[in-house]
Every structure is written in C-alpha cells, then in structure tokens.
Design a binder for this molecule. Structure first.
Ligand code: PMM
Length: 301
C-alpha cells in the first residue's frame, strides 16, 4: 500500500479516487472539441459525477504533443465559468492549468485542486499561489512544453530519473512555502515518455517505487498513445484513442491495486467500476463501496 491517502479538500472514500476529464478545448488529443462550450462542458462534468467521478478536472489548454499555447485570457474564458458552475453544484473540481493566474481565479471560483502538468516549472508564480491558498496540488513530472517535449524523452533509467526529478520539484515547492500535505505526485505518463521505448510501461511496472516519495500518487494513462500503440494492429496502425477505454480501465484496476490515490480518465464509468473491483478484491469485500447501488439492490446472484 502507498502513503497516507488523504488530501485536504478532497474526499476520502477508502479506495482509489476517479478523476473525470472535461477538456474545454478545441484540440485536446483524445476528446478535443467535444465539450468546447461552457454549457456542454458543465453538462458533461455532471454526467461524469453521475457515472462515478469523485473529482472533475477542467482544462482549457491542450497538452497534446506539438500543441501551441493559448493565451491566459482565453484559458480563463474557457475554464472559469465551468469551474464556477460545477463547484456551485457541489462537485469537487480540479483545474488543469500551468498558469498561477488561471489557478488563482479557478480556486476563487471554487476549485479544490490545482492540476499542474508542469510541476511548477512553467510559471514561477505557481509555487507562491499554491503556498498562500493552501489548495491541494498535483505536481506532475515534466520536461518541457508540448511543442518539443518528446525530444526531451532521453533517459538512461527512466524510473529513477522521473523519481529524482519529482523529488527535486517537490523540494522546490516546499522551500517556496507549500505544505507537503498539499502535494500529490504524478509521473506524467506520455509527457516526455516515448511509447516505442516503453518508458510508460517501465513506470507502471514499478509504480510502487513512487510511494517512497511519501505522497499520494495520481496515474493518468487514459487514452494515451502507449495504450493505442500496445493495441495497434499487425500493420503498426495504432488503435484509435476512443477505443482504448477498456485498456484504460485495466490500467485503473492495476493502479488502484498498487496503491494509486487517484486515476484520471475520460471514460468514467469503466474506471469507477475498476477501482471498486480493485478495492473489494484487496480487502475481501470487508468494506463494500455501495455508493451507487450494490449487487444486493438488484436481487442478483
Ligand atoms: N495528461 C493530460 C492532461 N492533464 N494531468 C495530469 N495530472 N496528468 C496527466 O498525465 C495529464 C494531465 C493530457 O491528456 P488529455 O488532453 O487527454 O486530457
């Protein structure tokens, strides 16, 4: 099992949490364009909660390989109304941003988690904001912006280097005044990790080593290229991203079993089921999570 799994402002369900993704962008790699409208994005976020999401992650900037940045003003225009409305409806909202300014406004609008894929590197003001607001913070392993991140995927020992770089970033945030209890760590699957070099699989294979850093771990493999590559056909055609949800659920099951605090996914229903299976399996059903109706409710076997 991993380190203590409670994070301020976020629910403790005694199992791995599920974070559902709402990308309010025209170009995210796995669901770009689908929710690029505030009302539709809110509707989608509420549907994800019904399907079992514990947290809804709202992002306004695509991080797909090669993506160009949007302005802070445009990012705010996309995310702020969605965060505000979902938070007003009682949803635990996370904001997926690398900008302190966007994070600050989102926290003001009710976000309880700042999900920063740059681990504080993209915006020097981020550490101060996280420290002064006391908000929970996902610190992801990152080596550079999307336009050239894959050229930085050069490792001798990927697991050790990602661990070391996460530790360095965590120490830098703590020196800037962030309480260690605010921090969740994320190895950043797909970010400066090459599918053809099995970087992502090496990290998942040794996921338990990340617990040595003493903070909860978030795993975000949903619809990423290492899955579509694994499931590709004999002619080396990758499986389309949207057809990788069963594989994502398998990753969620295994990540939950290896002590992940949370999985970040696009298809919530399958991963919400997966983490409940992992939990019941690991404790022999001692503490069944019947939040949404268990098998007995339906009179089944
Ligand atoms: N990946 C994406 C976006 N946000 N946040 C965290 N913490 N970890 C990730 O790996 C991550 C993220 C890119 O995926 P998407 O655009 O399909 O949501």
């Amino acid at each position: 099992m991993g380190p203590k799994q409670t994070v301020p402002g976020l629910p403790d369900r005694g199992r791995c949490l599920v974070m559902g993704v709402v990308n309010v962008t025209p170009d995210s790699f796995s669901d770009g364009g689908a929710w690029f409208d505030a009302d539709r994005a809110v509707e989608h976020g509420l549907r994800l909660v019904e399907e079992g999401a514990d947290i809804v992650d709202v992002g306004g900037e695509s991080t797909r390989p090669g993506a160009q940045r949007v302005s802070a003003a445009e990012e705010l225009r996309r995310v702020e109304p969605v965060v505000r409305e979902l938070a007003a409806r009682g949803v635990h909202v996370s904001v997926d941003t690398m900008r302190a300014e966007v994070a600050e406004r989102a926290v003001g609008a009710g976000a309880v988690l700042v999900n920063d894929v740059s681990g504080g590197l993209a915006d020097p003001a981020m550490a101060r904001l996280v420290a002064s607001s006391g908000v929970a913070y996902v610190l992801m392993h990152w080596r550079g912006h999307s336009h050239d991140m894959q050229s930085r995927a050069v490792y001798t020992d990927v697991v050790q280097e990602v661990l070391d770089e996460l530790r360095d970033r965590m120490e830098a945030m703590i020196s800037a005044g962030v309480d260690p209890g605010q921090i969740v760590l994320d190895p950043g699957l797909g970010f400066s990790k090459r599918p053809e070099q099995a970087h992502n699989w090496a990290i998942l294979h040794q996921l338990e080593r990340f617990h040595t850093l003493g903070r909860p771990v978030l795993v975000a493999g949903s619809r990423k290229r290492f899955l579509s590559r694994l499931l590709g056909d004999a002619k080396d055609h990758d499986r389309p991203f949207t057809e990788c949800d069963a594989a994502t659920a398998a990753v969620s099951t295994l990540a939950a079993d290896r002590g992940a605090w949370c999985v970040r996914v696009h298809d919530v229903r399958s991963s919400a089921d997966a983490v409940r299976v992992a939990s019941a399996w690991s404790d022999g059903g001692a503490r069944l999570d019947r939040g949404r109706g268990g098998p007995m409710d339906r009179g089944g076997l």
